[in-house]
Write a protein that binds this ligand. Structure first.
Ligand SMILES: C[S@@+](CC[C@H](N)C(=O)[O-])C[C@H]1O[C@@H](n2cnc3c(N)ncnc32)[C@H](O)[C@@H]1O
Length: 247
C-alpha cells in the first residue's frame, strides 16, 4: 500500500480544476547541487518537508522521470507559510511571499496553487501532499512504517524547528540514504545542523556554494567538517563561536 492510499480514501487531486490557475513556481531558488543527487540513491520513497508551491517537489519528480526512476514523493507542509512570511520586517524584504500565501478570509490558500502546479506539470501520480506540521507529519509517517531513501528538509528555518526536523526525519531515512537541505546561511539552519552533528550523528556534512547541504546516512564519519564550519562562521552575522567549537 502506498502512503497516498493509506492517507486518503480518494485521489487528492480528483475534481480539482487546475485550469483556473496559471503555472506559478515562483518563490524560492533551488539548491540544485543537492536535489539533483536524488537519482544516486534510486529512491522508492522521497520525503520533502516544506513544499510551498511545489517547485522543488516537481524538480525532484522531473529528475527521477528523466532517469527512468519511479518514487512516491510525500510533501509535508502546513501550507500556512513560514514565520518570516508573516512577520515584518522580513515580510517586507520579500513581499511576494506574503502575497504568495493567497490569504482568503484570513486563511492561506497557497495549497491550491500547489495542487494546480503539480497537476500542470504532470506529476499528480507521484507527488502526494501531507498537509500537517512537520513534527506531526514525521510521527504519522513513522507510525505507518514509512522508510525513505531521500529526504529534503526545507520547512521552518528557525533553530528549534530545523533541529526538530533533522532529528525526526533522520529516523525515517534508510541506511545509505541521503538527507539534504537548503539555506545553510540562514542562522537557524546552520546552527541546527551543527547541533545535530554534535548530538545525533557524528556524520560528515557536505556544504555547497548554493547553500545546499547533504548528509549520507552511514556515510563518512567525521569530526567537524572544517569547510562547513569556516563557511558558516564567515557568514553568520550573529554567530556564537563557542557553540561551534564545543565538543
Ligand atoms: C522555504 S518554503 C519551501 C520551498 C519549497 N521547498 C520550494 O523549493 O519551492 C517553506 C515551507 O515550509 C512550510 N513550513 C514552515 N514551517 C513548517 C512546519 N513547522 N511544518 C510544516 N511546514 C512548515 C511553509 O508553509 C512553507 O511552505
Amino acid at each position: 500500500m502506498t502512503v497516498r492510499e493509506y492517507l486518503f480514501p480518494s485521489d487528492p487531486y480528483a475534481g480539482f480544476d487546475h485550469h483556473a490557475y496559471d503555472l506559478d513556481l515562483s518563490g524560492f531558488r533551488l539548491p540544485e547541487s543537492v536535489l539533483a543527487r536524488v537519482v544516486e540513491v534510486r529512491p522508492k520513497m522521497v520525503i520533502e518537508v516544506g513544499s510551498w508551491k511545489g517547485r522543488s517537489a516537481i524538480y525532484l519528480a522531473d529528475r527521477l522521470r528523466k532517469h527512468g526512476q519511479e518514487a512516491e514523493i510525500i510533501c509535508v507542509d502546513t501550507w500556512l507559510g513560514a514565520e518570516e512570511m508573516w512577520v515584518k520586517p522580513e515580510r517586507d524584504d520579500v513581499p511576494e511571499r506574503y502575497r504568495g500565501l493567497c490569504i482568503r478570509h484570513g486563511h492561506p490558500a497557497v495549497y491550491e496553487q500547489f495542487l494546480a502546479n503539480v497537476l500542470k506539470s504532470g506529476h499528480a501520480g507521484t507527488i502526494t501532499p501531507l498537509p500537517n506540521t512537520s513534527a506531526i507529519g514525521a510521527r504519522i509517517l513513522g507510525r505507518i512504517g514509512t522508510r525513505a531513501q531521500f529526504i529534503f528538509i526545507d520547512g521552518s528555518h528557525e533553530f528549534k524547528d530545523a533541529y526538530g526536523d533533522l532529528v525526526a526525519y533522520w529516523d525515517l531515512l534508510d541506511e545509505g540514504g541521503m538527507m539534504v537541505g537548503d539555506d545553510l546561511d540562514w542562522g537557524g539552519v546552520g546552527r541546527a545542523l551543527l547541533e545535530f552533528q554534535r548530538r545525533v550523528c557524528n556524520c560528515r556534512i557536505e556544504a555547497h556554494s548554493d547553500q545546499g547541504w547533504m548528509i549520507r546516512k552511514g556515510g563518512p564519519q567525521g569530526p567537524w567538517h572544517e569547510a562547513l564550519v569556516r563557511w558558516l562562521l564567515a557568514r553568520l552575522k550573529r554567530s556564537r563561536p563557542v557553540l561551534f567549537f564545543r565538543r
